[in-house]
Design a protein around this ligand. Sequence first.
Ligand code: P6P
Length: 332
Amino acid sequence: MAKTVTVEEYVAASAGVQLAEVFGAIAGAAREIEWKIRLAGLSDVYGAFGAVNVQGEQQQKLDVFANDLLTQTLGALPQVAAIVSEEDEGPVVFDRKGGTDGDAKFVVIFDPLDGSSNIDVNVNVGTIFSVVRLHGDVVASVLKPGTEQVAAGYVLYGPAAVLVITTGSGVAAFTLDEDGKFLLTAEAMKMPEQGPYYSANEANAASWPAAYREYLLGLLRGELGGNAYSARYIGSLVADFHRTLLKGGVFLYPHTDKAPQGKLRLLYEANPLAMIAEQADGAAVNGATRILEVQAERIHQRTPLVIGSRREVEALQKAVQKAALKDAGEAK
Ligand code: P6P
């Protein structure tokens, strides 16, 4: 029987105890969130909380539960200076007076429960997080390109609860066991160079930039080679990404008429998943530009996102760059 390795042990060995404790806090919160989701139908935690969050979205009761729990467990660690959450307008800065402020090294940015509207129909949801170093001011520390992340990860709540992480030296996966521990079940994970799936909400296709429609048609015509593609769209980013990480292919959420800046958020959705994708030899762009090089201007900034196997993402990036050059030429 192979020795079991917990996520805390794994991170301690590869990135030190301080970061391991951050992952331990997230893992502990994830265990409680998983339990709450699994039994949601038996207790009054389905449905709307009755308030609207900073995004203007109806908060689900489980959104609030997950957000409060992650804030509390991370706030208990002296090395965590602050958190930034999809659910809150601004950072929650922890009072470290009395402790030595020098301990406060990290800011954790998270979407506590992405896709929560799917819970009521028993579809996967997820927690996504990004860890950056504190450099003086909290907001200045988070408004940096995604290349500054020191760690990233997500929890996918589904038939199994899986925690996928990177601290910058490869991607590893951990599965929640019956004792409430996340145990190592995969490491050095690599995304297939090309995949059999594309994943997009094609109801928006009419309002995508033309280059995206032409790109998708080209995939379906076999212009990129490889196998014929199948469509897979769960409508829960973490589930659609996790399948892409394991099986390959491409997830696209371009900007649309309804979401002219894109729908997904840069700091706590695109950046952490882009770090994982690149660590697994995949890629992530906002169209023309590598996601991890985008300079964040606002905490809740949205972005178009195309993420997945290198061949599909690079082909999209080239198509968008070519279309931009053509438009620029025509504008002259
Ligand atoms: P649409 C869920 O609400 C979410 O934020 C992501 O998890 C998911 O990828 C996306 O929105 C789905 O958006 O417009 O296709 O319903």
